[in-house]
Design a protein around this ligand. Sequence first.
Ligand SMILES: [Zn+2]
Length: 318
Amino acid sequence: MSFAPSRRHLLALLGAASGSAVLAACGEGGSGSGGKPTVVAACYPMEYLATRVAGDHIDMIQLATPGADAHGLELSVKQTLEIRKAALVLQIPGLTTALDDAIASEGTDNVLDVSSVVTLLASSGEDEHEHEHEDGTSDEGGEEHDLAGDDPHLWHDPQRMADIGDAIAKRLGEQLPDVAEELTANAATLRSDLEALDTELEEDFSSVSGNRTFITSHTAFAYLADRYDLHQVGISGVDPETEPSPQRLLQLEQVVKDEEVTTIFFETTASPKVAQTLAENVGVTAAELDNLETQLSEDQDYPAVMRSNAKALMASWS
Ligand SMILES: [Zn+2]
């Protein structure tokens, strides 16, 4: 995607100093450089939905860089302006602090808060999500991540994705009345694809007897576990740069023994070091799960990654 500074953009930049001018521009429909309304997302799954519903009629702006952590992203001045000018901003509260803050300070006229569409699971107990980064910083207890709040990783449930797809079609249809019917039809096709994926995953997972326990470096898969009755165990509170505490290692070793775990998973965007060391120490395999926060390969779209994650989990139980 390129955002050449068109005359319209330059005017918007000039108008940034005066809030009213920018708000006026916003009221004109939040057109992008190609004259299409812009839609902003901060994680790949929301981009996938908006593109499936309205790809031909919108300019999609992805705030998160592929391979980077969607939680800790910082907004550039340009991105802040894009949020302000967007026709629609897709917000998963608690996912990206910088986006939540920008939305809180800008008002919410152009925002679709997906927690108004689907129910979020509470992030608590051992499913608690603590973000560790390759640079050694952690979101634990910090501003980056609201540990006491809802778990934002809802996209691992295809049913919730379908509901959000419908909501996107409805909101964009209000702004693009000429193609509203087309968007509704696209959302319906999307829903049937997602429901087929859901059925497939349901059948795959239910064919496995036993504990269906998986250990992952980050607990980003609570919605998958909830939807398909799996048991997620996180190696939370472990910095990728440091060894896990002997106590935590013993706990995990016990889980491996008690629940016949064969594999310890690491997330594609996190350093594999800790999971690999752990796997080595307890004598099991290390393998990858993709948390889908960003799209790691253009050849692998949302359903493809959901299927390959399921395949990796199934293989660990076979
Ligand atoms: Zn996450």
